[in-house]
Each structure stands twice: as structure tokens, then as C-alpha cells.
Design a protein around this ligand. Structure first.
Ligand SMILES: C[S@@+](CC[C@H](N)C(=O)[O-])C[C@H]1O[C@@H](n2cnc3c(N)ncnc32)[C@H](O)[C@@H]1O
Length: 465
């Protein structure tokens, strides 16, 4: 076998066993790592190493390779938008649906060192303080056994709390030396184990992997090959109970239409729901505070909030326009700066992302999109006034910036100013109606036509209801 054929086989093998995509321009680095690993294990040729990898027993080696090609970076409450979505909408809805059965099954898939799974446990603790008669099962899995060992300990350095409210840090952890120790009551809510999402069979009624109400799988699909994303997302869909939700990081499922999953556009982003055969099931109305120990800040837990746009998500024309998208407001330098800013924001490097936005503005002071990203970054830092200011600037610079009106509406709602939120949504609706139906609203990965359908249904519940 020549070198090119061997390389091709190794790339394929990695996809088949752990799902990871090795891009063409990463082949040199890939071969370098494989040669290093082969030498560590005493193999003198890549061909012998390949034969070893094909052997089913090479589980630890596959784990080593996954570690070499992915990052295990994670932290508590990593995505505030999604945490709000879980806290104020999805978990209350799921809890309300299960109020008779009193069972809640949640899975943080590819959880790394456990911060995401424990974030779920803390949210459940906040929402269901009295839960003795509930059967709560929260599972955290990852291919990396070292990460799972760390997760099981429930001990974290300050860095894991970089986006976490100090009040919650003191509520749920205590400091021992330089480590924050998670309260046993929360630690014991989560079960952890090693699992390779690609080769583990699920759903499986003999394991824990079935009838999940919610699967959180974030920042993993970005590393996966297209076919692996589809295969794992399909398994997730089948592992959810009907009406259950799959959450990924933003845009991770773009270009993948999983038949069992219906995408739903919410103010905080897109979620995927296992298709509901009886539409009445999805129309459960829970009133704020009904199931929870506290009053939600948002008043949006009603069916018209969760619209059924994007039925076949994403439609072909959206996929095309996402792939070919090039902002008109920005020339290529600013565009690249902003692209980098988004990448760093996704990685959690918010300060660098912010600096890159300011650099983009230095080059193109009249561009509205950097202000939009700055507003999102300000929200991550819970600086809502600054977020508002940035969104107002975005609208000033681009009075037809639909997403900026919608974000501003969400901020008004957060501040309990529902009339203002409604006015802003109407403004967004008016603009969206004037756009070509197929025009992409890239911030929401949806089209103007679909957005119009959603906004037309939107009516916030009065606060005192
Ligand atoms: C960036 S971390 C994501 C952690 C967490 N979900 C978050 O968003 O904060 C990616 C994780 O995916 C895990 N991973 C990579 N390939 C995997 C596979 N085939 N099966 C299970 N986990 C995998 C890695 O070990 C790593 O811990």
C-alpha cells in the first residue's frame, strides 16, 4: 500500500471509530501525531500501527487519539443564552410535562470534566428544590477517561467558574486550598461514565441511554465528520422521548436534516425537538412559577412562544446561503476580523473576541454587525446596559437590522418591560415582511419568511398572569 492510500485509510478509520474529521490541510499534523503514537507503542511503521488500531482492543489508544485531536475545554454555565433557555423555558416545560410521572432523565454527552452535567444538576436544584418524590437521572459521558475521573471528583479550579455567577459558586461549592469542592448533594445527582458516541449503541433499554428528556451535546460536532454528525444526531433523536430536546452549540447541526428532529427557533437560538406525533402534547401551557421554586424572569412559557418554523431544518436554500454567505456591510479584512471574533467567542475567549470586534470597527466604523457581536459578548458578561447600548448603535447604523431589534426585545423582556419588547418585535416583524422570503437572517440561521411566521405568532404573557 502506498503512503497516500495508507493516509486515506487512516483518515477513514478515525472517522469510523471516533467520528473526527481530519481536514485535507491537517494531514501533515495528523501523520505527525500518528507517527509519535506509533513510536510510543514501539511500532516502527504506520502500517503496523494501523493494524493495531483496527484491533477492537485498542480502546485506550482511541481515547488518546480523541484527546490529541479535540479540546476538552469546558466551564460552568458556558453559554448563558442556552442556560437561560434551559432555566426559564425548557426545563420548566419538561418538569411540567413530567409532573405526574415525576421522572426526569438528562444527558450531557461529551461532557469533558463534568462542568456541563453539573450545571444541569444545579439548574434542576434551583427549579425543583423539593424533589424527594422525583426520580432525577443526570448522566455525563465522554470518551476521555481522564476527563471523567476529574468529573467524578467534583473539584474545580477558579478557571472553571469564569462565566459562573459568584453567588452560585458560593451557594454550591466551598473552597479547599485552591480548589472549589462541589456540594455532595449536587455531585451525587450526576452519574458519569466513559462512552464513545460513535461506537456505543443507543438507544439501549439495557443501559441508561434511553428515554431522555434532554440531551446536551455541545462543542463536539464541530470536530466530527459530516456523516458522523448525522449518525450520532440520529441516535440522539431516537434516545430522546417524544417531545424531548437536543441542544448543540450554535450552528453545529447546520446542514444536517435529521428526520426525527424538528428544529424550533426561540429567542435564544435553535433547539431540536423529537417530533411530536400528537401536536396537543407540544401545547402544554405552564404558567410562570407553577412547577418551580422560583418565579421565572421571562414570561414566555407558552406555546405561541415556541413556534414551529424551520420544519425541515435547515431548508436547502438556507444551507446554501449559509455556506455561501458573505456579509455585504463589511469588506474582507473586517469580515475576517469578525469571523475570528466569532470563533474566539465560541471558544470562550470573550476578551479577545471583544478586541477583534473593536479592530473590525476601527477599520469599518459604520459597520453594524460588530456592535451586534459586542452586544452578545456584553450579555455573556451580564452587562445588559452595555448590550442595549451596542444594539441601539447597531440599529442606528442599520435601521433594518432585524436581529438587533429581536435581541433588544429579549433584553426588554428580561427587564420585565413587556410592552417595549412587543413594540420591538413588531418593528422586527414589519422589517422582515419587507424582505424577500428567502433572504437569510444569518444571526438566527433562518429565512425572513420563516421569521415572519414566528413573529406573527408572538404574544408575550402579561407579567401578572
Ligand atoms: C470541547 S469539549 C466539550 C465539553 C462540553 N460539552 C462543553 O461544551 O463545554 C469536547 C469533548 O468531546 C469529547 N469527544 C470527542 N470525541 C468524542 C467521541 N467520539 N465520543 C465521546 N466524546 C468525544 C472530548 O473528549 C472532549 O471532552
Amino acid at each position: 500500500m502506498n503512503d497516500t492510500a495508507l493516509l486515506g485509510e487512516l483518515v477513514q478509520l478515525v472517522v469510523q471509530r471516533i467520528g473526527l474529521r481530519i481536514a485535507d490541510d491537517a494531514h501533515d499534523g495528523f501523520l505527525g501525531i500518528l507517527r509519535e503514537r506509533a513510536a510510543c507503542l514501539g511500532y516502527t511503521s504506520l502500517k503496523d500501527y494501523r493494524t493495531f488500531l483496527v484491533n477492537q482492543q485498542a480502546i485506550e489508544e482511541w481515547e488518546m487519539l480523541a484527546r490529541a485531536f479535540t479540546s476538552t475545554e469546558t466551564f460552568f454555565f458556558r453559554d448563558h443564552g442556552q442556560i437561560d433557555l434551559l432555566r426559564f423555558h425548557l426545563l420548566p416545560e419538561l418538569i411540567a410535562q413530567q409532573r405526574i410521572e415525576k421522572t426526569l432523565r438528562l444527558w450531557s454527552a461529551a461532557c469533558s470534566s463534568g462542568e456541563e452535567a453539573y450545571s444541569l444538576a444545579m439548574l434542576v436544584d434551583m427549579l425543583l428544590p423539593q424533589r424527594d418524590d422525583w426520580n432525577i437521572f443526570i448522566l455525563g459521558t465522554d470518551i476521555d477517561s481522564k476527563a471523567i475521573t476529574k468529573a467524578l471528583l467534583g473539584r474545580y479550579e477558579e478557571w472553571s467558574f469564569r462565566m459562573f455567577p459568584a453567588e452560585l459558586q458560593h451557594r454550591y461549592f466551598h473552597l479547599e486550598g485552591k480548589q472549589w469542592i462541589l456540594e455532595e448533594r449536587i455531585r451525587s445527582m450526576v452519574t458519569f461514565r466513559v462512552s464513545n458516541l460513535v461506537n456505543e449503541l443507543f438507544p439501549d433499554s439495557d443501559s441508561e441511554l434511553h428515554d431522555m428528556a434532554l440531551i446536551l451535546c455541545r462543542n463536539v460536532f464541530i470536530y466530527f465528520d459530516h456523516a458522523a454528525v448525522f449518525a450520532v444526531a440520529t441516535k440522539f433523536a431516537e434516545t430522546l422521548r417524544v417531545g424531548g430536546y437536543l441542544l448543540t452549540a450554535h450552528t453545529e447541526l447546520i446542514g444536517h436534516s435529521v428526520p426525527e428532529l424538528e428544529s424550533r427557533l426561540l429567542a435564544e437560538g435553535v433547539v431540536y425537538q423529537r417530533r411530536i406525533s400528537n401536536p396537543a402534547e407540544s401545547l402544554y401551557i405552564s404558567h410562570p412559577g407553577e412547577t418551580t421554586g422560583e418565579t421565572p424572569r421571562h414570561s414566555t412559557m407558552q406555546p405561541n412562544y415556541i413556534s414551529q418554523v424551520n420544519k425541515h431544518y435547515p431548508p436547502a436554500h438556507v444551507r446554501e446561503s449559509v455556506e455561501n454567505y458573505s456579509p455585504t456591510q463589511l469588506c474582507s479584512d473586517e469580515e475576517n476580523l469578525l469571523k475570528d471574533a466569532r470563533i474566539h467567542a465560541d471558544r470562550g475567549d470573550f476578551d479577545l473576541a471583544e478586541r477583534l470586534c473593536h479592530q473590525a470597527l476601527a477599520v469599518a466604523p459604520l459597520a453594524a454587525t460588530p456592535f451586534f457581536l459586542l452586544a452578545q459578548l456584553a450579555q455573556v458578561k451580564e452587562n445588559f446596559n452595555q448590550a442595549k447600548e451596542c444594539l441601539n448603535k447597531a440599529i442606528y447604523l442599520d435601521p433594518r437590522f432585524v436581529a438587533a431589534y429581536l435581541e433588544l426585545a429579549a433584553l426588554s423582556e428580561r427587564a420585565n418591560d413587556n410592552p417595549r419588547a412587543l413594540t420591538l418585535r413588531h418593528a422586527a416583524l414589519d422589517i422582515a415582511r419587507t424582505l424577500p422570503e428567502n433572504e437569510l437572517i444569518k444571526q438566527y440561521e433562518t429565512t425572513a419568511g420563516e421569521l415572519v411566521q414566528w413573529l406573527a405568532k408572538f404574544e408575550p404573557i402579561p407579567l401578572n398572569q
